[in-house]
Write a protein that binds this ligand. Structure first.
Ligand SMILES: [Zn+2]
Length: 186
């Protein structure tokens, strides 16, 4: 989440600069909002009785880049181009972020292919068997529940974000950098 917020701030600065816009609070908040928006399906996941443990399943509603980004861009672009570009950049980096580390993937090619893609690194339980290190993991949709059970960590929030796991440190670092850049930009 901290990384998404940081990326949202940096993206709003970049797009404002690109379009020669005066930077407004609304645009910065818009970047943060777009960077978190697709995780709204997490709320629905909880409303249906889901838990943090099965949190990866929330990505079954809005986490489809090939559908979500073009549809969102068309809808927003109808009103404003710079906001549509901001939406696309923030959404793209959220999906890249979700493809590395936490959760179980992003279905990058859905609806043409329902396999799940992970890049570089997938966080797993510190007390369970390790995943082999790979540059790219591709998993079948029907295997995700079994993978989560075999490698997943039910205490991932505590073990990553409160115990300063390197992945969490990167997230915090990007967030702090975005605040520093913002301070010098305005
Ligand atoms: Zn997400």
């Amino acid at each position: 989440m901290f990384l998404d917020i940081g990326v949202g701030i940096l993206a709003s600065l970049f797009v404002a600069h690109l379009y020669g816009l005066g930077l407004s609070l609304a645009f910065i908040l818009g970047g943060i909002f777009f960077s978190l928006l697709m995780d709204a399906d997490f709320v629905i996941h909880f409303a249906k009785g889901g838990t943090y443990n099965t949190g990866y399943r929330h990505r079954n509603l809005l986490h489809y880049p090939l559908l979500y980004i073009p549809i969102g861009m068309v809808v927003i672009g109808f009103f404003n181009h710079s906001w549509a570009i901001l939406f696309a950049i923030c959404s793209f980096f959220h999906f890249v972020h979700d493809s590395i580390g936490v959760g179980w993937d992003v279905q990058w090619l859905y609806p043409f292919d329902n396999r799940h893609f992970t890049l570089f690194y997938r966080y797993t339980s510190p007390i369970k068997e390790k995943l082999p290190r790979q540059f790219l993991y591709i998993w079948k949709h029907e295997d995700i529940d079994a993978l989560a059970k075999r490698y997943g960590d039910e205490h991932w929030i505590r073990n990553m974000y409160f115990k300063l796991h390197p992945y969490a440190l990167v997230e915090y670092a990007v967030f702090i950098v975005s605040l520093v850049v913002l301070y010098f930009y305005i």
